[in-house]
Design a protein around this ligand. Structure first.
Ligand SMILES: [Zn+2]
Length: 271
């Protein structure tokens, strides 16, 4: 019997709840739809994996890492290029937990920004989000209830996958950081890959459909080339203003061999 895994990317309060710091519009209603389907058809999934964005307050993608040329904090959603740092428009600040000197930190940050720009990305400073130990980091109650009931019905455990704990690199994908370093938490999560190898089909969904879901699913397709990959088009809302990235993701995933389909369609074909 073929087995199917469901991977829900970053279904956390900070993204799904109106009080969250980085609310993704429609994510909560999409989560509700997924939960309803799972209550009704628990047999859809033989395994459920929940990824969790997991940061410290001090993080390269949070305002606390940076000052601008007035010595004030940078505003959320600021795009910081290597050039703007070289010109002194933005400066990384040293904080507890970072052992190297300011000069070394600056060199590292420039290398990091150059690297991600060479990959066609620009560094974004977000609103502080998913700080470990806070309410915003927790899995949203709708998904918590969904997985609790599924777990009891199927007598299986839900696996949690943390990402983002290293403050020196953005970590969109649940498999590895944008720029892995000597910290094992930034390197390929082989346990996650090995666990997913136990399934023939992997269904990917979550938020945001413009950032962490694409990075995770496309990495998943790269590291699990023998699995069938399905992306849920209506459980993957993007960050506001990032619809183009969402469309680009669907195109890229389709080109790489995935099927992108709405949840109801998946249910119809799977049952
Ligand atoms: Zn994050």
């Amino acid at each position: 019997m073929e087995k199917t895994a469901l991977v829900v990317v970053d279904g956390q309060n900070d993204f799904l709840d109106v009080r969250g710091t980085l609310l993704v519009h429609d994510a909560a209603s999409e989560a509700r739809k997924l939960a309803r389907a799972t209550f009704e058809y628990p047999e859809l999934w033989d395994g459920i994996f929940l990824t969790q964005d997991s940061h410290y307050e001090f993080d390269i993608a949070h305002p606390s890492f940076w000052t601008d040329n007035t010595q004030g904090p940078v505003k959320p959603f600021t795009k910081i290029t290597a050039d703007s740092v070289r010109r002194g428009q933005y400066t990384p600040v040293n904080t507890n937990g970072v052992e190297y000197s300011t000069d070394k930190e600056l060199l590292y940050v420039l290398r990091y920004l150059d690297y991600i720009e060479s990959k066609g990305m620009t560094h974004t400073v977000w609103q502080t989000h998913c700080v470990m130990g806070t309410w915003g980091h927790k899995i949203h109650p709708i998904l918590k209830q969904m997985t609790n009931i599924w777990s009891n019905t199927r007598d299986k455990e839900v696996m949690t996958v943390l990402k983002g704990q290293n403050p020196n690199t953005e970590h969109f994908s649940a498999f590895e950081a944008i720029m892995p370093n000597s910290d094992p938490r930034t390197q390929l999560n082989e346990t996650f890959v090995d666990e997913l190898r136990g399934y023939e089909t992997i269904v990917w969904c979550g938020w945001a459909g413009s950032h962490c879901l694409p990075a995770t699913m496309l990495d998943g397709m790269k590291y699990l080339p023998y699995q069938n990959h399905i992306g849920l088009s209506d459980v993957s809302a993007p960050v506001a203003g990032c619809k183009m990235e969402h469309v680009k993701f669907f195109n890229e995933a389709t080109k790489a061999g995935a099927r992108i389909t709405p949840l109801h369609n998946h249910i119809r074909t799977a049952l």
